[in-house]
Design a binder for this molecule. Structure first.
Ligand code: NAD
Length: 501
């Protein structure tokens, strides 16, 4: 039996009142998991009004109290870790191991939010002039909003609202309408941790819901994670409406393989980083760039990828799950066909992959191309499927130049045993997150998630210290205080000074 997906507005779980609806299905079976009715315009306005009203009191809650809310939330998320992973394994199709990773990476951000008193410290300079001191505070903004993608339904909402709320803001979350179930569980646990009504509101919807929120005069800042196409729209709409906006967007991450790299470690890393999570990670490796003789390893990559297969969330032999939707599968298989038409050599084609026991699933088998050139669609587009493109170049300089010509710059990595090559790569590459013998270099939450160039719009990145800056405003106070016994007596105050002589 299916159930209605609930919204959470001003401390109440409610059903959506909008006109648009969606069925939430399991991508491995197409079974209906839940029915979603989007929020009406009035409900969106109610959520923002509730967040605005709650801000007046929430911003006055002492910072250590806000930190304690995050500590209680962290403990509850840990207790319910596997339940949350199971929910998201059903609506994303992720394997259980992968789903648990999604939850865990989110919990780590909540741990960072529990450090908020230290993160909110301002700056002080005494005696900027005679008897004058200058000091700064950081203060919350007001109502903030978050728009999240389908591929990390636990981690990415947890990148946003815990840091925003720990800073003293209130929040309206609009998760992906393809996978809304995890967000409901995250909200339930946040309430159980003691969050007051209105501090966090959950609204389900689509582009028009986001547009309404972005144009709402009572929202101060918007955080977005999703595709580059939508990120551009959100950045333009949000900044035009006067909002502070950060957009973490699409990618095309390259791994450079030097001929001196440890072969086994490199091949293992490449297989996991390219087809793991069905390639539906913004930090997935979608292009392997072989320098010099390293290209001779391509047949071995084919052998290893051929052994990997997708499967159901609870199948221990499955390396990854189905892709999110039939539309996503169609897009991926269309790009594979286009790659073949445009002259790339397809060493493995997963387009027709099926699982006899789950024939309805959106399966795509591991796919491997070589002889890929920068003009091809499989190179230019973010495929977001289990597809690895191989390219060969003569030198490390050529590999760096290739990557630096890309519009995007989310992540990259180099596999080598040569410190000098690694140093040159880390220094010259125009990409914001670099791995050295690490295929997917996602920084932990005490750093920030620092995609560059076309993978990011805004000034301050997600989580870490940059998120605290994103969700706050700095107030700088310059104060003159003088003291003399005569002034004190003239003002009629008792003399409380202690005579030390
Ligand atoms: P998407 O852009 O289709 O959707 C993301 C969100 O935007 C959803 O909540 C959706 O409802 C909303 N949306 C869709 N169209 C909109 C419009 N026209 N106006 C306003 N809002 C709109 O992304 P997706 O397919 O859910 O997620 C995959 C994408 O996210 C990939 O491109 C991936 O690289 C990217 N991603 C980036 C990061 C990062 O940190 N850079 C992390 C995860 C995913």
């Amino acid at each position: 039996m299916t159930h209605a997906v609930l919204h959470y507005i001003n401390g109440e779980f409610v059903t959506g009142q909008g006109s648009a609806q969606a069925l939430i299905t399991n991508p491995a079976t197409q079974a209906t998991l839940a029915e979603l009715t989007f929020a009406s315009t009035e409900q969106v306005n109610e959520a923002v009004a509730a967040a605005k009203a709650a801000f007046a009191t929430w911003k006055e809650v002492p910072v250590p109290e806000r930190a304690r809310l995050m500590m209680r939330y962290q403990a509850l998320l840990k207790t319910h870790h596997d339940d949350i992973a199971e929910i998201l394994a059903h609506d994303t199709g992720k394997t259980f191991e992968d789903a648990k990773g999604d939850v865990w990476r989110g919990i780590e951000v909540v741990e960072q939010a529990a450090n908020i008193p230290a993160l909110m410290m301002g700056e002080t300079v005494e005696n900027v002039a005679g008897s004058i001191d200058t000091y700064s505070y950081i203060q919350p903004l007001g109502v903030c909003m978050g728009i999240t993608p389908f591929n990390f339904p636990a981690m990415i909402p947890l990148w946003m609202f815990p840091m925003a709320i720990a800073c003293g803001n209130t929040f309206v979350l609009k998760p992906s309408e393809q996978v809304p179930l995890t967000a409901v569980k995250l909200v339930e646990l946040f309430i159980e941790a003691g969050a007051p009504a209105g501090v966090l509101n959950l609204i389900h919807g689509d582009a028009s819901t986001v547009d309404q929120l972005l144009n709402h005069p009572d929202i101060y800042a918007a955080s977005f994670v999703g595709s580059s196409r939508v990120g551009q729209i959100i950045y333009e709409t949000g900044t035009k409406a006067g909002k502070r906006v950060q957009c973490m967007m699409g990618a095309k991450n390259h791994m450079v393989v030097m001929p001196d790299a440890n072969k086994n470690a490199t091949l293992n890393a490449l297989v996991g980083a390219s087809v793991g999570a069905a390639g539906q990670r913004c930090m997935a490796i979608s292009v392997a760039v072989f320098v010099g003789d390293a290209k001779e390893w391509i047949p071995e990559i084919k052998e290893q990828l051929a052994k990997v297969r997708p499967g159901a969330w609870n199948d221990p032999g499955a390396a990854y799950g189905p892709v999110i939707s039939k539309a996503a599968k169609e897009r991926i298989t269309r790009l594979i066909a286009q790659g073949i038409e445009e002259g790339a050599t397809c060493l493995l084609d997963g387009s027709d992959y099926t699982l006899p026991e789950l024939p309805e699933g959106n399966w795509v088998g591991p796919t491997l191309f070589t002889d890929v050139t920068p003009e091809m669609a499989i190179y230019k587009e973010e495929i977001f499927g289990p597809v690895l493109c191989c390219m060969s170049v003569a030198t490390l300089e050529d590999a760096i130049a290739l990557i630096n010509r890309l519009e995007v710059g989310n992540g990259t990595s180099i596999f080598t045993q040569h410190g000098g090559a690694a140093r040159k790569f880390q220094h010259e590459i125009l990409v914001g997150q670099v791995g050295i013998n690490v295929p997917i270099p996602v920084p932990l939450p005490f750093f920030s998630f620092t995609g560059w160039r076309g993978s990011f719009r805004g000034d301050l990145h997600a989580y870490g210290k940059q998120a605290v800056r994103f969700y706050t405003e700095t107030k700088t106070v310059t104060a003159r205080w003088t003291y003399s016994e005569d002034e004190m007596q003239a003002s009629g105050q008792p003399n409380m000074s202690i005579n030390l002589r």
